[in-house]
Write a protein that binds this ligand. Structure first.
Ligand code: ADP
Ligand code: ASP
Ligand code: MG
Length: 415
């Protein structure tokens, strides 16, 4: 069971999460619960660091950020003990979560769950601080924003859990962010493939790595509300979702994009490789790339790509030596956004891209970059146009509660 920040934000909510954990234990299950930092604690810690230091040391940043989830676990253990059960809280390190050394966005490389298993055997409810681990160099690391989801999935895999339940502040995975599209539809069942594309294109409800990890290790994810008992969303293999896939499943968005443009890149073989290698070495995740070929031979090209806004400073630092060497100018734009449509049915339907572009055109929204996969179309647009774009696409593909035709499968063992 994983509880997100909003679900443990104040004393009452923390107590509600604790009661839910205890209820599960009383049904006869062994329970490992992963908690996030309370409310906006992580944001507050980041702000504190930035007030102190313009570019905080990443190792120390992780020491700082990891404290948020520890607080939640210790407090929750107190409540559970008061409810007459035995709980033990563990840091990521104590729980055996081993990561690589890339501070603030570390990857889990191993989970040594023997301490958790011992505690379960002794009848404890085990509470694990999400979003953190210990690196192979024995430093505390964090797993990137939203990383508690990945902690939960990795632990579920390590202990062979029946299911990984992600309790959050919405009822499950929707056809769009319900905060932007109030009549978005709850998806009772969604495939790993679709949820991977959704997470990759900005649907923050599940961290991308948690979905990758779940698919790779065969973990069942059940995403549901921490506020009531409705069944929420189950993530399953594509064959299990529906007899006939709907054309489009969801519209997703991100307002966290930045664009980097390299002006005057020499038009010679190998340059693009050097640029992207420099970015990869700096651990910067490049999303869309566009290169404008020069009109005549011997001229220089322009190359643009998008990166998460939080990676912009790293990207600039990584590119500066190359830019100086080749006389390239680096221009950046921090106000970019991205809107995407995702759907397994797209594979076999031509004309979806045309409908996307026409819809955005009708809203007078300029598309700056485009990328596609077999089940996704993404457009980079101005950040301030994102809500309008999401609502227009959601309406154009009739995704709201009433309009969609989708055969639903029963939840089976999930309720
Ligand atoms: P938690 O703190 O529980 O991890 P998050 O804020 O990380 O919660 O994720 C839940 C939020 O994700 C919701 O409040 C919602 O605004 C947002 N969200 C974005 N896209 C979607 C979507 N397609 N379905 C559900 N929620 C979404
Ligand atoms: N507290 C961390 C964050 O805000 C991790 C999480 O909530 O999953 O990103
Ligand atoms: Mg989250």
């Amino acid at each position: 069971m994983k509880f997100g920040g909003t679900s443990v934000a104040d004393a009452e909510r923390l107590a509600r999460a604790a009661r839910r954990i205890v209820a599960k234990r009383e049904e006869g299950h062994d329970v490992v619960a992963v908690l996030s930092a309370r409310g906006r604690t992580t944001d507050a810690l980041i702000r504190e660091a930035q007030e102190i230091s313009p570019e905080p040391d990443p190792r120390e940043m992780d020491m700082l950020l990891s404290t948020g989830e520890r607080q939640s676990c210790a407090l929750c253990a107190m409540v559970i003990n008061d409810l007459g059960h035995r709980a033990i809280s563990l840091t990521g390190s104590q729980a055996g979560i081993v990561t690589d050394t890339s501070h603030t966005k570390a990857r889990i490389v191993d989970v040594r769950a023997d301490r958790i298993e011992d505690a379960l055997r002794q009848g404890h409810i085990v509470l694990v601080a999400g979003f953190q681990g210990v690196s192979t160099a024995r430093d505390v690391t964090t797993l990137g924003r939203g990383g508690s989801d990945t902690t939960a999935v990795a632990l579920a895999a390590a202990v062979g859990a029946d299911v990984c339940e992600i309790y959050t502040d919405v009822d499950g995975v929707f056809s769009a962010d319900p905060r932007i599209v109030p009549d978005a539809r709850l998806l009772p069942v969604v495939s790993f493939e679709e949820v991977l594309e959704m997470a990759a294109s900005g649907a923050g409800v599940l961290q991308l790595r948690s979905v990758e990890y779940a698919r790779n290790h065969g973990v069942r994810i059940h995403c549901r509300s921490s506020f009531h008992d409705e069944p929420g969303t189950v993530v399953v293999a594509e064959q299990e979702t529906v007899v006939e896939n709907p054309l489009i499943t969801a519209v997703t968005h991100s307002t966290e994009e930045a664009r980097v443009t390299l002006k005057g890149v020499p038009d010679t073989p190998g340059v693009a490789g050097r640029i992207t290698t420099a970015l990869a070495q700096a651990n910067v995740n490049v999303d869309m790339i566009i290169q404008n070929e020069p009109v005549s031979e011997g001229q220089r090209a322009d190359m643009s790509f998008t990166v998460p806004r939080t990676d912009l400073a790293d990207a600039r630092r990584a590119l500066e030596p190359l830019a100086t060497e080749h006389g390239v100018e680096i221009a950046t734009d921090e106000a970019m956004g991205k809107v995407s449509i995702v759907g397994a049915g797209m594979r076999t339907h031509p004309g979806v891209a045309a409908q996307v572009f026409a819809t955005l055109g009708r809203e007078d929204i300029n598309i700056e970059m485009i990328s596609t996969s077999p089940i996704k179309i993404s457009c980079v647009i101005r950040g301030d146009k994102v809500p309008t774009a999401v609502r227009a696409l959601h309406a154009a593909f009739a995704l709201s509660g009433e309009g969609t035709i989708r055969q639903e499968r029963p939840f089976g063992e999930f309720h």
